[in-house]
Design a protein around this ligand. Structure first.
Ligand code: ADP
Ligand code: MG
Length: 349
C-alpha cells in the first residue's frame, strides 16, 4: 500500500464518513463468518444457526455530553440506549454489553456509581447483561465506550442497502425533540453562567429534555414487527437526523425518495419550541439528531400489517434513483432534501 508521507489532508476536508471510508478501504473480509463489515448499524457475524450483531459507540465529554447539565445516571442510560438502538436498527435482539471508561480523578467513586446505576437501569429495561469492559485514566474528560452484541435469525437481519422502489418509508415515534431539548439545556446553561441566581426555565419542556438526556431505543417496535410477522426491506436508526439517514439508505440501496412534509411525525412541544427558537419545525424533524427512532422501508403490501400501529408512521415513498431525494412540501412544492446531519471535526472539534 502506498502512503504519501508528505501529503496532509485535514479531517474537515473529508468529514466523518469520508474518513471512515478512507481508513477502511483496504480491509477486505477474510473470514467466511464475517457477513457484513463496515457500513451498517452493526457488523453481522455468522454464528451457525443465527447471526450475531456487533456494534460500538463512544460518548466523549465535551463532544457528546456536557456534565454541567447531564446527570451521570442519565448518561449511563443513554450510553446503553444508543448501542441497543444500533442492534434494533438491524432488527436484532441485544444480549450483552461491555463498558469501557477513561476517567480523571475529578470523579468520585460515588459519581461513577451514579453512572453505573443508569447503566444498570438500561440493562434491566433492554434485558442485556453487562459482561466486561476496561478502565483507565484520562487527563482530560470522561470517555465512555460501550459495545453491544445482539442476535437475530438469519432471515430477519435488515440492512441499509436493500430498499426497493415503491416501498413505503416509515418512521417511528416523533422527530426533532432531542435536538430542541439540547437547545434548551444549552440556553439555560448560558443564562446560568451569566447570572447564577437565575432559575432555569424548563417547565413544559420536560419531554424534549428527557428525549435529549435519556433516549429510549425502540426495541418495542422490533417486538411489534416480530408479532405481525414483518421484516422491513431496509432499516437504520435515526441518530444523525432523518435526512442524513435517508441519504445513507438511498445511496447504499441505489434509490431515490420522496418525503411528504405533512406526514412527518410532529409533536406539539416540538412545534411550539421550534417557534420560540425561530427554527423551522420541519428542519428540526429532518435534521435534528439523537432521536434514536427507527427509519425503515416496507413493500406496499406488507405495510398493511402495520398501518394501524399508532407509533409507526408512513412518511414517504422510495423512488427510482434518477428521481433523487425530494421533500414534497405542504404547499405542494418539491424541494431537494438536504442531508446535513452532524458534521464532526468542525473547527475545534
Ligand atoms: P452509527 O451512527 O450507527 O454509530 P457510524 O456512522 O459511527 O455508525 O459508523 C458507520 C460505519 O462505520 C459502521 O459500520 C461502523 O462500524 C464503521 N466505523 C466507524 N468508525 C470506524 C473506524 N474508526 N474504523 C472502522 N470502522 C468504523
Ligand atoms: Mg458510531
Amino acid at each position: 500500500m502506498d502512503i504519501n508521507k508528505d501529503a496532509r489532508t485535514e479531517l474537515g476536508e473529508v468529514g466523518e464518513f469520508g474518513l471512515i471510508e478512507r481508513l477502511g478501504k483496504n480491509f477486505g473480509l477474510k473470514n467466511p463468518s464475517s457477513v457484513k463489515g463496515i457500513g451498517d448499524d452493526a457488523a453481522v457475524i455468522d454464528a451457525g444457526d443465527k447471526y450475531l450483531l456487533l456494534s460500538t459507540d463512544f460518548l466523549v465529554e465535551g463532544i457528546h455530553f456536557d456534565l454541567s447539565y447531564v446527570p451521570l445516571k442519565h448518561l449511563g442510560y443513554k450510553a446503553v440506549s444508543v448501542n441497543v438502538s444500533d442492534i434494533a436498527a438491524m432488527n436484532g435482539i441485544p444480549q450483552q454489553i461491555t463498558v469501557s471508561l477513561a476517567i480523571s480523578n475529578r470523579f468520585s467513586v460515588e459519581a461513577l456509581e451514579e453512572l453505573y446505576e443508569g447503566i444498570r437501569l438500561a440493562c434491566d429495561d433492554y434485558q442485556v447483561d453487562l459482561v466486561g469492559g476496561d478502565t483507565t485514566s484520562s487527563l482530560s474528560g470522561l470517555v465512555i465506550s460501550v459495545s453491544v452484541v445482539g442476535a437475530a435469525e438469519k432471515d430477519k437481519v435488515v440492512y441499509r442497502n436493500t430498499a426497493k422502489e415503491g416501498d413505503v418509508v416509515c418512521v417511528t415515534g416523533d422527530l426533532g425533540a432531542a435536538y430542541l431539548g439540547l437547545q434548551i439545556l444549552e440556553r439555560e446553561k448560558q443564562v446560568f453562567m451569566a447570572n447564577p441566581e437565575m432559575q432555569p426555565k424548563m417547565e413544559g419542556k420536560e419531554y424534549l429534555i428527557q428525549r435529549q438526556l435519556r433516549p429510549q431505543a425502540r426495541m418495542d417496535i422490533i417486538h411489534i414487527l416480530r408479532e405481525v410477522g414483518l421484516v422491513p426491506t431496509s432499516m437504520m436508526d435515526i441518530s444523525d437526523g432523518l435526512a442524513s439517514e435517508l441519504f445513507h439508505i438511498c445511496t447504499q440501496s441505489n434509490v431515490g425518495v420522496t418525503i411528504y412534509e405533512d406526514k412527518l411525525p410532529k409533536d406539539e412541544e416540538v412545534s411550539q419550541t421550534a417557534y420560540e427558537f425561530k427554527i423551522d419545525t420541519t428542519t428540526c424533524m429532518l435534521n435534528g439528531g439523537e432521536d434514536y427512532e427507527l427509519l425503515f422501508t416496507v413493500s406496499q403490501e406488507e405495510f398493511e400489517k402495520i398501518k394501524k400501529e399508532p407509533d409507526i408512521l408512513p412518511v414517504g415513498v422510495i423512488r427510482a434513483k434518477e428521481e433523487g431525494m425530494t421533500l414534497y412540501s405542504k404547499g405542494g412544492k418539491i424541494h431537494d432534501l438536504q442531508a446535513q446531519g452532524w458534521v464532526h471535526f468542525k473547527d475545534n472539534q
